[in-house]
Design a protein around this ligand. Structure first.
Ligand code: ARG
Length: 572
């Protein structure tokens, strides 16, 4: 089906085209009417006409018959009111459309999404939460839009710390080390290695020699390194499962994967005349990047003694993603502090000709997760907060609440439901915050069944499903038509028709919170509808219509939540 937005836009477009071909009507949802076209003012300026007069002209020329009525407002807004015929036919089309009007891309794009990226032998902590949750939502949204998504979990599995980690593994003995890593005690392991490294010179020497052996490809060293990687990835995978994150072990393509490509990266940068030696390091100075003193800023590709670093790996990764994976778009879901690093990587990759203009690289940055004191979230003793601990605490709390609420559930179903609620709470709190802003991790607020929360939306969905359960027989829309006799029904209907543009807006701006806002708004329209419109106790055509609205709302919530990575349980 064609979305309501596209139908209205197309009709308006013809009238805008008559003035300047391709002029954007800037059609938006509006508080004052169903839609508002804000594009007249810019157009009037462009052609040197009075905005009001041009608005009147366009309103008169636009063929909106059967679609909407139009009224000129303010300095030159077009306020559009959708016609009853359009609402009815669009809602009936929605009933038939499993995608609820959201289009599938005509030309599928390949989108590489770099997300989660924890470090091997380090705990997945609250600092990894946002990349994981936002990245996974974007992956699901892009898949739903018809793109080919290639997830890249760029784990930190290389570098100097592996010398001490491997030596520590040998000191503990393989079996013991594996035992402690496999239960997810990564921090203890890492800190143990670190403590020895700092205190014991002999250990430090062994660790240094081990790094050299690792880089030289010594087979036994590689085998020990692989144990660390495998155990960590196994542990990460259990957390992904717990959170229902769609990353698979094969999406782990860590820093080490690019090792063999690094010589080529440097050789090609050199051949292109981009490489500069500076203080013993090999650097590229991309134009436009300067430090506080206005001096050119280097991207360090190879340090004097430490070999290739983080930047070289990222350059190799861009190259791989463009030429081998054929990315049309690469998204880096990485914390804000790495903004400059990433910008420099893109700039150098473009200079080197590895990143063609048509491939979009975007840093999907995000703010911090804060503790209750609004400072960086830390444990009381000042340590990083383990993600696993947070998830488990959320599940326990959700479960406790269910014990009192839903007494009819057996234990297994209750725990599974609690898990779904806990995930929804954590993911929605993250996704519904504007990405760049910080937010406070507050389980009480996140788990609440009221307010702008994941569980609230899940509950709205489950309550709708319960209406259909109470029917006692399978429901089908039959010949439901939409008269929308009350304001509450019309408001709900307009909400239902808005999924395509909310989805598109969220995806194009890479802001999942736009979709969250839409779903929360829809749930509020539903509440007003319940207040004004009895469903099961109504009769005849009105009852059929209201049930159809309920069905559409349930399906909209379900799809909206699922593309965010959130379950919509049938019963709560
Ligand atoms: N492992 C890195 C960190 O912990 C994040 C990697 C982000 N991705 C990338 N391609 N640089 O900071």
């Amino acid at each position: 089906m064609t979305s309501t937005y596209d139908i209205v836009r197309e009709r308006l477009q013809a009238a805008f085209d008559e003035v300047v071909p391709g002029a954007d009507p800037v059609l938006r949802r509006s508080e004052r009417s169903d839609y508002q076209a804000n594009g007249v003012m810019a157009l009037a300026k462009q052609v040197g006409r009075s905005p009001r007069e041009l608005a009147e002209h366009i309103a008169g020329r636009a063929d909106l018959s059967g679609v909407a009525s139009v009224e000129v407002a303010g300095p030159g807004f077009l306020n559009l009111t959708l016609s009853p015929q359009l609402l009815d036919s669009q809602l009936r089309a929605l009933l038939e459309d499993p995608r609820l009007g959201v289009a599938v891309a005509r030309r599928p794009r390949t989108v590489v999404i770099d997300y989660s990226a924890p470090n091997v032998a380090k705990e997945l902590h609250v600092g990894n939460l946002r990349s994981t949750v936002i990245g996974d939502a974007l992956a699901r949204m892009h898949r739903f839009a018809g793109s080919t998504v290639i997830a890249r979990n760029h784990v930190g599995d290389w570098g100097t710390p592996f010398g001490m980690l491997i030596e520590h593994l040998l000191d503990l003995g393989e079996e013991e080390a594996i035992a402690s890593l496999s239960i997810g005690d990564l921090n203890t392991f890492y800190q143990g290695a670190r403590a020895k490294f700092d205190a014991d010179d002999a250990f430090k020497d062994r660790a240094r020699a081990r790094v050299v052996a690792l880089q030289a490809g010594d087979p036994e060293t590689r085998r020990l390194w692989q144990i660390l990687v495998d155990q960590s990835v196994r542990y990460f995978t259990t957390i992904y499962a717990e959170l229902d994150v769609s990353l698979r072990p094969e999406d782990v393509v860590g820093e080490s994967y690019y090792n063999d490509m690094l010589d080529g990266v440097v050789a090609d940068l050199d051949r292109a005349g981009l490489l500069v030696e500076s203080g013993g390091a090999l650097c590229v100075f991309p134009p436009g990047f300067t430090n506080r003193d206005n001096e050119p800023l280097p991207l360090i590709v190879k340090k004097r003694d430490e070999g290739y670093g983080y930047a070289a790996t990222d350059l190799a990764a861009v190259r791989d993603r463009v030429s081998n994976l054929h990315a049309d778009e690469i998204l880096y879901v990485v914390g804000t502090p790495q903004a400059q690093h990433l910008d420099m990587v893109y700039a150098v990759a473009r200079l080197a000709g590895w990143l063609p203009e048509h491939v979009r690289c975007e840093h999907v940055s995000f703010g911090h997760v804060l503790g209750p004191d609004r400072k960086m979230f830390k444990t009381r003793s000042g340590e990083t907060v383990k993600l696993m601990g947070l998830v488990n605490e959320a599940i326990e709390r959700a479960d406790e609440a269910l014990v009192t609420r839903a007494s009819g559930l057996d234990e297994a179903s209750r725990v599974s439901l609690a898990t779904q609620i806990a995930r929804a709470a954590i993911k929605y709190a993250d996704l519904s915050t504007e990405r760049q802003r910080d937010y406070v991790f507050d389980l009480d607020r996140m788990l609440a069944f009221e307010g702008d929360t994941g569980p609230y939306l899940q509950y709205a969905h489950a309550r709708l499903r319960s209406i259909f359960r109470r029917l006692g027989a399978p429901w089908s829309p039959g010949g439901a038509t939409f008269a929308l006799g009350t304001q509450a029904e019309r408001d709900l209907a307009l909400g239902l028709l808005g999924l395509p543009e909310a989805f598109e807006l969220a995806l194009n701006s890479l802001q999942p919170n736009r979709l969250c806002n839409y779903l929360f708004d829809l749930a509020q329209r539903l509440t007003s509808f319940y207040e004004a419109c009895p469903v099961l106790s109504s009769e005849g055509a009105v009852r059929a219509e209201r049930l159809a609205l309920c069905d559409l709302t349930a399906r909209t919530l379900e799809i909206g939540l699922s593309v965010l990575g959130i379950d919509a349980p049938e019963q709560m």
